[in-house]
Design a binder for this molecule. Structure first.
Ligand SMILES: [Fe+2]
Length: 372
């Protein structure tokens, strides 16, 4: 199927030109409809039911140097504590009217904690994760379990788990937060509750209790049978992610299957009780491209967000091309054709998306135009 098969537009609804008398009657009728909070479908069907998704969100790049500079400045000027809860700078998609939405469903933010600072405990129905681009010395306490945060780690705080943060390092720390706040905000499903002002566990273990129970590859504790809607693993450590990606590329070198595409290793973080996504609304992945490798241009229903972990390259979205380097964040709006190309030093990318929502609702679609 060619690309252009998806670009045909709605046929315009044509009616005979009204006489002046009819025009006046129509105007009166439309005014009456407005007053009665009614809208005629024939005046808006193209916008409500487009041939293919027409997202209001636009593809955009946030540059790490700008993000970290403003995060540091806010650390100097704004204390963190009860009420504001977190020193988080949320990404506001330029197409979404000033809301702090990176997509219609997802929130993303840079969170910044200075040495010795604590972020108080709370819980909410929104699912959350943290991805650590650099630094260490912060522990996220999830339901009384202290989870270390180190470079390359993915941490989960699924909905309705109490959580707070504390920083014992001598350096500030910044990381990427991802949540389903816009989805829950627009669906009116959000609940929030304050927890302990002081952190309920200020210990600094090398491994959280959740990892000791659940983060041994392919092994689960008999004491906890059954499925959970979110992963019980508090931290997916970089050592496991890095090894999995390296092994895929080594298998490719040896002539065996395993990579997502030529020179493209990729993993999905999973819930060990189901094999499915880590949380009900958010998918997390990591992609590693060899030097000069590129992915196939793809259209997908749903929204992706990439953050560069290492290396440089180009992320193409629709008609736009973004040159990216460490820490840069780029979003892919629904159904816009996207691809990634690594420069000569290769490219490591963390990625999260809202795809689990659309897969559950049977609304997911993927289209890879191959051309002729
Ligand atoms: Fe939170």
């Amino acid at each position: 199927m060619a690309d252009s098969d998806y670009s045909n537009k709605h046929v315009e609804f044509k009616v005979p030109e009204p006489t002046p008398e009819e025009a006046a009657e129509l105007e009166t009728m439309y005014q009456k409809m407005d007053e009665t909070y009614l809208k005629p479908l024939w005046r808006q069907i193209g916008g409500l039911m487009p041939n293919t998704p027409e997202p209001a969100a636009v593809a955009h790049k946030w540059v790490w140097a700008d993000l970290i500079k403003l995060a540091r400045r806010s650390g100097e000027l704004v204390p963190v504590g009860r009420g504001g809860e977190r020193r988080a700078l949320g990404f506001a998609n330029p197409g979404l009217g000033g809301n702090t939405y990176i997509s219609p469903t997802l929130w993303a933010a840079i969170q910044y904690l200075a040495p010795g600072e604590n972020a108080p405990e709370h819980r909410h129905s929104q699912n959350a994760f943290r991805f650590v681009i650099e630094g260490e010395g912060v522990w996220t306490v999830v339901n009384g379990d202290a989870v270390p945060m180190k470079r390359g780690d993915l941490l989960l705080t699924p909905g309705w788990n109490f959580h707070g943060h504390h920083n014992i390092a001598t350096e500030p720390m910044a990381w990427l937060d991802g949540l389903d706040i816009p989805f829950q905000h627009q669906m009116d499903t959000g609940f929030f509750e304050y927890g302990s002002e002081a952190l309920t566990d200020e210990s600094t273990p090398e491994f959280s209790r959740s990892e000791k129970l659940w983060a041994h590859p392919g092994l689960r504790p008999l004491a906890f049978p059954g499925q959970t809607s979110s992963s019980p693993i508090g931290r997916y450590s970089w050592a496991h992610t890095d090894a999995a990606l390296n092994d895929q590329l080594a298998l490719e070198d040896a002539g065996f299957p395993g990579v997502a595409g030529p020179g493209h290793a990729a993993i999905r973080y999973t819930n060990p009780t189901t094999g499915g996504d880590v949380m009900s609304t958010i998918r997390c992945e990591f992609h590693r491209l060899r030097p000069s490798a590129e992915t196939e241009p793809t259209h997908e229903v749903g929204n992706r967000v990439f953050q560069v972990f290492e290396g440089t390259g180009t992320i193409n979205v629709g008609e736009k091309s973004f040159e990216v380097a460490k820490g840069d964040v780029v979003n892919i709006p629904s159904w816009q054709k996207w691809s990634v190309q690594a420069d000569t030093d290769g490219l490591d990318l963390f990625c999260f998306s809202d795809f689990p929502i659309f897969e559950k609702l049977d609304l997911a679609r993927v289209f890879i135009p191959k051309g002729i």
